[in-house]
Write a protein of this length. Structure first.
Length: 126
């Protein structure tokens, strides 16, 4: 059985290892393999929980504002729609999820790349 872990939990596990909790203990407590731990470390090292939480909050706020505006402006554009009701809930939710996935990817990929760069090496190359 393959479990999926939220990014916040992954980052908190990595932070516990940085503080000094033995890796064997973390692996046993979380229920992952050593290979999974090192894969997480390669991918998420240096990423802070606050960055992930901040990106998620911005995406949630944008989705709420966007869905509200789309819902209320639906009657104004209803004359241009064919085959779709002005306030079709399935369409609104599908578009919001698609935009949220894109937004999270746009916030998450640069953050992981920036977190994986050694600051000393970055300053040396400039």
């Amino acid at each position: 059985m393959k479990k999926t872990f939220p990014v916040e939990q992954i980052v908190s596990v990595l932070k516990q290892a940085e503080v000094g909790v033995p890796i064997a203990e973390l692996i046993r407590k979380v229920g992952i393999t050593e290979q999974t731990y090192y894969r997480w470390k390669a991918k998420y090292a240096g990423l802070e929980v606050d960055h992930v939480r901040q990106a998620a909050c911005m995406l949630l706020a944008g989705a709420i504002v966007g869905l509200t505006l789309a819902w209320f402006s639906g009657r104004f554009v209803s004359s241009y729609l064919y085959g779709v009701r002005a306030n079709d809930a399935v369409t609104l939710v599908a578009v919001a999820l698609l935009l949220a996935i894109g937004g999270f990817t746009a916030a998450f990929l640069p953050a992981t790349r920036a977190a994986s760069i050694n600051p000393v090496e970055a300053l040396r190359t400039e």
